[in-house]
Design a protein around this ligand. Sequence first.
Ligand SMILES: Cc1ncc(COP(=O)(O)O)c(C=O)c1O
Length: 486
Amino acid sequence: MIPLDHASPEPLHRQVYRGMREAILGGRLSSGAQIPSSRWLADYLGVSRTTVLGAFDQLVAEGFIVGVVGSGSYVAQPFPDRLLQVRRSALTSDGRLAQPVRLADRIVRLGEELKGPRHLAGPISVFRIGLPPVDAFPLSVWNRLAGARHRKLETNQLRHGPPRGSEALRQAIVTHHAVARGVRCSPDQVIVLSSAQEAMDLACRVVLNPGEAVWFEEPGYSGARAALIAAGAHIVPVPVDGEGLVVERGIATAPDARLVYVTPSHQFPTGVTMSLERRLALLDWAARSDAWILEDDYDSEYRYAGCPLTALQGLDVGGRVLYIGTFNKTVFPALRLAYLVLPEALVDPALALRRRGAQHAPTIEQLILTDFLEGGHYVRHIRAMRALCRERRDALISAMEREAAGRLSVSRPDTGLHAVAWLPPGVDDQEASRVAAEHGVEAVALSCYCVTRPERGGLVLGYGGIRTPEIIGGVQKLVAALRPLI
Ligand SMILES: Cc1ncc(COP(=O)(O)O)c(C=O)c1O
């Protein structure tokens, strides 16, 4: 029986082919069995002979059946029996895999260690983290630049691009970041990638051997932890206090670490800025220990109080810092463009990997982004976003003070897109996060970003991508939901 659906968009010859293939693989047509003639089958199925011959041609081409001149068609002899035994023993009666799936140890570790939620796509609920104010993005400017680029696209732009990324974009990145972030490098040290995440993966593959120790901010960004786990790193949690990563603790715990991952301008998730003393101590340790510093400068452009801070990379004279920046936060997340600035000695090894991997970031988006940067739109956008994010932060803080004074104490970040609402001592933040989610509020537990149990729980609240009225409504819902716990 080959069930046919005449209303299906799948052509009939494909349906006949699929039905016969399944009959062979399922053992209903056994190895060496004669296949009914195409004329008989066409009559039986109520389709044209051309349809059946089309299916036969495909089955012959794939080696399922063979035609014997003057005698008809047969199920192929050499492979099906052995193949069928393997298939039958591999599957349970309802078609699932009989054996437990064997995964790489690193993937198992990833699942065990990173349990927190990671919502990025899908409908936005209030306090989604990692979301910039896309509602205020100058879409008409972007569409105009994109339209102009698409209209004058040339054949040579359709070929592979350079693995480092477009030269004009790398130059624009260097020019902007020298002024805005104090990053010191030549365009040749910049590699354009799809995301900060891809930059972390590439950096880890270039400098880390499996089992090597890496200092990791506690609490710290789970995406970076995922990249380190995937690279087989031995993660050493190093606490963060009011001055950032406690360098002395790192030295005391794992002096021979090979790498340290840090977010010095705006620590994720606490929002602390690393003091100059700690920055210098970190650079000094890295230079003395032949270690690397992976600096993730993910949202420092969103600084709305005081002067912009210089990146750690700009203080580095020993060539120890690998610097990551991303346009997915400052332009829009769907863009998927970021960059890695490498010490000169690491550029060629990283490019060798890049050439054997994704090759390069999409050319057309790089061209549009270059125009956005060179035309001054980027700087204007960032300036407008700083004002908007400050307004949203203030709305969050005032609403928290109104609704939950004395019960939730919210941090006052001067950079970025999120804040931390600290829970009263003893309140389990995972439980608080679960209760909030039941009331439609997304609030990631701070402990999801910790390797060890934090002394005090908190909820990480994104406000950058949420409009003020929703922020206020979200705070009311959150406080009402948490009332039994706080
Ligand atoms: C600390 C940190 N680094 C990097 C990123 C992600 O950047 P990208 O989307 O370019 O991977 C995030 C996203 O939330 C982040 O919080």
